[in-house]
Design a protein around this ligand. Structure first.
Ligand code: HAM
Length: 415
């Protein structure tokens, strides 16, 4: 199906390695995993992500329409996590540091790195107002990139959207600046001009970009408090040796953000440059019944984009499978082979038996199975209650008494 991908076993191993790395990082930063359903009521998302955002206005998958209930496949999970906090009573136990991983769905035009079913790793730090939460959250994102070998291939971009009133003032100024150019703007930007003016800043059109060169910038609309907040973050990032670019044109595709926004981008994936995106969303909890703003910040990273980068640039090594393969050369030894396979598995050693074909063919299969050792039950050796143990890496063979087989394999399995 367009916009979806399969993963072969070898790819799945790399994929799982990225997953393991993510959850190891979460553990280091004290984030606990949560899970929300893939199916949600549309009300979790529509207003909360912004009715005029692409995600809500054209990319949501609708599943079932009943009189007063519309179900959708979740396009993201920050809103879902807010619902979970409200229904699970977590807003009463702040702060919360929550993490998730799972499939998301957006009806986008598929291309490399952009799919209709994709997976996100996400973290949400809920209930901490200090700028240090922003710093730590970003530090965690950068740490994740380092651990999966993508630090050199990616760059952090950061910006601030200020408070709501500062943003409104900026939107007005941007509107006034762009109005005389409205006829010259691309079709897409004209649509955005009318519906969601900040999104014009994200235009990929060269002429639009030229016009934007002299447009007012958000920074000049920040009051003392927001400016200080942003400067503190930048200063701390520098202190922690995290390099960044302030991008005044950084606008996120979802409307719930205020103050800090950031993305981790790569030039190595063509048009789909963002591998991770996030920011502060202090007002979102109120949409889920909280009386006052709940300072929150988080990010999500796209697994498929990370995977493509890690695969193409071989940034992560996946350890070999370390199987033991038992080959019974005649049917008469099949039972014996299964018996020894079971004994090895009881010792926690991965073991497979190969039943068909010539010895040559079976040895080929054993190599493909990444056997560390192959045990061959051959007639002559079996007569003497022995078997051949072949070290596949060293291409060395020795004959061992059956009685010593398990203990010997066990001894050398982890070396
Ligand atoms: P987002 O920027 O919409 O943010 O998505 C985060 C990441 O998901 C993107 O940077 C990208 O890597 C990946 N992604 C998005 N759409 C696709 C797609 N169609 N195909 C493949 N990958 C995709 C959010 O979703 C926010 N909930 C992030 C967040 C968490 N903000 C605060 N907390």
């Amino acid at each position: 199906m367009t916009g979806t991908i399969d993963l072969l076993p070898s790819q799945m191993r790399l994929y799982n390695k990225i997953c393991e790395t993510f959850f190891a990082i979460c553990k280091l930063y004290g984030y606990e995993e949560v899970a929300t359903p893939i199916l949600e009521d549309i009300r979790v998302f529509d207003r909360n992500l912004g009715l005029e955002t692409d995600v809500v206005s054209k990319e949501m998958f609708f599943l079932e329409k009943k009189q007063d209930e519309t179900l959708v496949l979740r396009p993201e999970n920050t809103a879902g996590v807010m619902r979970l906090c409200q229904e699970g009573g977590l807003f009463q136990k702040l702060p919360q540091r929550l993490a998730y991983y799972g499939p998301m769905f957006r009806y986008e035009r598929p291309q490399k790195g952009r799919y209709r079913q994709f997976h996100q790793f996400g973290v949400e730090c809920i209930g901490v107002a200090s700028y240090m939460a922003d710093v730590e959250n970003i530090q965690m994102a950068v740490h994740f990139m380092q651990e999966i070998g993508l630090a050199e291939l990616t760059e952090l971009e950061i910006h601030t959207l200020g408070s709501e009133s500062e943003r409104d003032a900026y939107k007005q100024a941007l509107h006034d600046y762009l109005l005389p150019y409205k006829n010259e703007l691309s079709e897409n930007s004209v649509r955005r001009f009318d519906k969601n003016i900040l999104r014009v800043l994200d235009s990929k059109n060269v002429h639009d970009q030229k016009i934007l060169e002299t447009a007012p910038v958000m920074r000049n609309f920040l009051q003392m408090e927001s400016a200080k907040y942003f400067d503190n973050i930048l200063e701390s990032l520098e202190n922690f040796g995290i390099s960044y670019t302030v991008n005044p044109f950084l606008v996120r595709g979802l409307d719930y953000y205020n103050q800090t926004v950031f993305e981790i981008k790569t030039p190595a994936l063509g048009a789909q440059s963002a591998v991770l995106g996030g920011g502060r969303y202090d007002g979102l909890a109120q949409q889920f019944g909280e009386k006052t703003p709940t300072p929150s910040i988080g990010w999500a990273a796209g697994m498929e984009r990370l995977f493509l980068l890690a695969q193409e640039h071989q940034t992560l090594s996946v350890p070999p499978r370390k199987n033991i393969v038992i080959i019974a050369m005649t049917e008469a030894f099949d039972q014996e082979a299964q018996k020894y396979a079971s004994l090895l598995r009881k010792e926690g050693i991965a073991c497979l038996t190969v039943h068909e074909g010539t010895l040559r063919k079976r040895m080929k299969i054993a190599s493909r199975l990444e056997a560390k050792y192959t045990i061959i039950f051959a007639p002559k050796e079996m007569e003497n209650k022995t078997a051949i143990l072949r070290d596949m890496m060293r291409s060395e063979e020795r004959i061992l008494p059956l009685a010593d087989l398990i203990i010997t394999v066990k001894k050398h399995y982890d070396t």
